[in-house]
Ligand binder design. Structure first.
Ligand SMILES: Cc1ncc(COP(=O)(O)O)c(C=O)c1O
Length: 422
């Protein structure tokens, strides 16, 4: 278990280069770190925005088992339940996982409230799930009868019932559906479609309908001021406002329709960027958040909340091609999504550094330029931030956990435990 129990610190403090350098004086770069003081402050910020609605942690955005356990075990300051809430909050509850092998692995380590957010076609893992001796096996995601057929075939005859979650499309459609905002995920959109799939699930003895989920990627995962697209900000705000209102109405109608068929207990929605909006919907029983703990650069661009950078990685300066350029080893850790500048890692400390637009962040070398570059020497370290949260953990096998002025612990990432998910 990680030694994460640093005394809680008031407010969020952004560490300086000098502080980090003092802490890591005897550690050779590359290394990755999580500032626990910032991470706990970010968790508290999200809890405050959730207004008493429990938060399920997106495991893909943390990818470190000791940290996931520490967040779940922590005693968080309670927030009063919002008016009309179905339950009061006890903070962070359960995990939203991203692959079935990961879910089974976590389940084997004692995590028993698992909702797999993406459909699986992994026959071996489905057979394992069907054979699992557990009161609360992981819930798997479906949006079609085709997937139910696949699961039944993979699970084989006999065995336990498979708990499933229906995913609802919560995209915003305008001009009669000719323009669509939102991730291309589920075909289930209307109360009638959801009711029909719920009937199909309950008609098949192998399944139990356990949850309904709708993730508003175009609200939660889209900053209000995307990098290099300043003109879009007012349109994004408008889209988010209109879409949130439409989702609230439609989700309520879908939940009512599904409950005509089955008393689906879990209604999940939201992400770090929309916790405060999704939690307001009376039918929502829980929201999801993960990225907010690490606060990667994509989450610097929201109007409604401010998080503190918590996860970063340090790369050493290995050469000086010229007076104004310092070249780091490696560093080319791009984030997933539509390729663009906003997906690049960002030099964070010392202040006054940026990537060279001609080279970006490289596989084996990353030149940095800017005012601070001239004073960097071979062996100095530059701290960078990833654009997204959990993907950083695919590049490092351990994380240094920092609190106050010291390294509290060193914990394995998923990768460090030999996991290779996605
Ligand atoms: C289904 C689902 N819910 C919630 C989230 C939000 O995760 P985070 O808070 O890490 O942005 C995601 C992220 O992609 C997701 O796919």
């Amino acid at each position: 278990m990680a030694t994460t129990e640093a005394a809680p610190r008031a407010g969020a403090h952004e560490r300086s280069y000098e502080e980090l350098e003092a802490i890591f004086a005897n550690v050779d770069a590359p290394y990755a770190l999580v500032d626990l003081d910032a991470m706990w402050a970010n968790g508290a910020e999200m809890m405050a925005r959730a207004q008493g609605t429990p938060i399920r942690i997106a495991s893909k955005s943390v990818r470190c088992r000791p940290l996931l356990a520490a967040i779940l075990e922590r005693v968080w300051r309670k927030h009063p339940a919002r008016p009309g809430a179905q339950r009061g909050s006890s903070g962070f509850q359960g995990l939203m996982t991203f692959t079935l092998p990961e879910s089974l692995w976590l389940h084997g380590h004692g995590f028993d409230d698992l909702l797999l957010a993406y459909p699986t076609a992994d026959r071996g893992a489905l057979a394992e799930l069907a054979a699992l001796d557990s009161e609360r096996p992981p819930i798997v995601m479906v949006d079609s009868a085709e997937q139910l057929d696949w699961i039944e075939a993979a699970a084989g005859a006999g065995g336990r019932s498979i708990r499933v979650c229906i995913e609802l499309d919560v995209g915003w459609w305008v001009l009669g559906g000719r323009v669509k905002f939102g991730a291309k995920r589920s075909p289930i959109r209307t109360p009638d479609q959801a009711r029909a799939l719920a009937r199909e699930i309950t008609r098949r003895p192998r399944f139990e309908l356990a949850a309904l989920m709708g993730y508003e990627a175009h609200i939660a995962g889209l900053g209000d001021h995307p990098l290099g697209k300043r003109m879009q900000a007012p349109l994004i705000r408008l889209m988010k406002r209109r879409s949130s209102a439409e989702i609230a109405e439609r989700r309520a109608a879908v939940v009512a329709a599904v409950r005509e068929v089955s008393p689906v207990p879990i209604v999940n929605g939201g992400g770090t960027g929309s916790v405060h909006l999704t939690a307001r919907e009376p039918v929502v029983t829980e929201v999801t958040a993960g990225s907010g703990f690490f606060a990667p650069t994509l989450f610097d661009r929201y109007d409604d909340f401010t998080l503190t950078p918590a996860a970063m990685f340090a790369m050493p300066v290995v050469r000086r091609p010229s007076g104004g350029v310092a070249t780091l080893l490696g560093g080319g850790y791009h984030a997933s999504g539509a390729a663009g500048r906003d997906r690049l890692p960002a030099p964070h400390l010392p202040r006054g550094l940026r990537l060279d637009p001609l080279e970006g962040a490289g596989e084996v070398q990353t030149p940095v330029i800017g005012a601070a570059a001239a004073s960097l020497r071979v062996g100095d370290r530059v701290y960078l931030r990833h654009a997204k949260a959990g993907e950083l953990c695919e590049r490092f096998d351990r994380l240094y956990l920092v609190s106050g002025g010291e390294i509290l612990d060193e914990v394995p990432t998923y990768r460090g435990e030999g996991r290779c998910e996605l």
